[in-house]
Design a protein around this ligand. Structure first.
Ligand code: BTN
Length: 279
């Protein structure tokens, strides 16, 4: 559907209000296949940290684990942020979790209920409100910018999707949660402010950010079933998050936890009490 055909009640983003948000340089493009792809190109070209690209209509969004991410025009926020963290690469797996903390903080400030399903799905009443995809972009070998690797932080937040427009029945949107029209510009401004705060905490006070993540988590303390590539599954209590952002699971009748990374888990589901141990 062309952007001009969008339903009433879905105004364009207000670029004036996005001009100076917490030091971010925000660009709005009318339509693009993927904001992550656009920002990745900018990262490879040497663009500085702080670029934010959002769009009125993302037509071929990228999701985690090579899944897609779809959204009708102006019914959601598709946002990608260019970061160049001066933090050791071993800590970068925390970036998606850091972003999740920012999104939940923003959504809660706006008056909605939300929590974090490990690693970074933002849920409202058990339904997915927002997905996050962080991609690492290496500096080209012949780079003259000297900027090193970049992180492209992609956020897809369902703002005004109706029940009929949801990509899957287990998703939700702010409008469905709150029952009122949603101002996407206000949501984006709030989100970028929280991203600034979470990003600073991650770089300078990682233990504080980790404690906030634990507070917002709806996974920790639950019995979970982590489905692994190849068909196996790890079942047990989700007990913690390690310094690499991995979920620590204590399998039933085991003494030691097992840590699984986000890339190792195809699905994470609540585990029925009859499941036991490694399978
Ligand atoms: C997920 O699968 O849960 C992550 C979805 C991430 C979607 C966002 S929308 C903005 C950015 N651009 C993309 O192509 N993907 C991310």
């Amino acid at each position: 559907m062309p952007v001009s055909d969008t339903p009433a009640g879905r105004p364009a983003l207000d670029q004036g209000r996005l001009a100076d948000v917490a030091g971010w340089q925000v660009e709005v493009v009318p339509e693009t296949p993927s904001t992550n792809a656009l920002v990745s190109d900018c990262a490879r070209a040497g663009t500085a940290e702080g670029l934010v690209i959002t769009t009125e209509h993302q037509t071929a969004g990228r999701g985690r684990l090579d899944r897609g991410w779809t959204m009708p025009p102006r019914a959601a926020l598709a946002v990608s942020v260019l970061l160049r963290p001066d933090v050791p690469a071993e800590r970068w797996p925390w970036l998606p979790l850091m972003t999740g903390v920012a999104v939940v903080g923003a959504v809660r400030e706006l008056g909605y209920d939300a929590g974090l399903k490990w690693p970074n799905d933002v849920l409202a009443h058990g339904r997915k409100l927002c997905g996050i995809l962080v991609e690492r972009v290496e500096a080209p070998a012949d780079s003259s910018t000297g900027d090193g690797a970049a992180a492209v932080v992609g956020i897809g937040l369902n703002t005004s999707l109706t029940a009929e427009e949801l990509p899957v029945p287990t998703a939700t949107s702010l409008a469905l949660e709150g029952g009122a029209p949603v101002d996407r510009t206000e949501v984006l401004v709030t989100l970028l402010r929280h991203l600034s705060a979470s990003y600073a905490a991650w770089r300078e006070r990682p233990d504080e950010l980790a404690a906030t993540y634990v507070e917002l988590s709806v996974t920790l303390g639950q019995r979970v079933r982590a489905e692994l590539p190849g068909g196996g599954a790890l079942v047990g209590a989700a007990t913690g998050i390690d310094r690499y952002g991995r979920l620590e699971v204590l399998p039933d009748r085991a003494d030691d936890t097992v840590a699984v990374g986000a890339g190792d888990v195809v699905h994470l589901r609540p585990a029925p009490t009859t499941d036991t141990g490694m399978q």
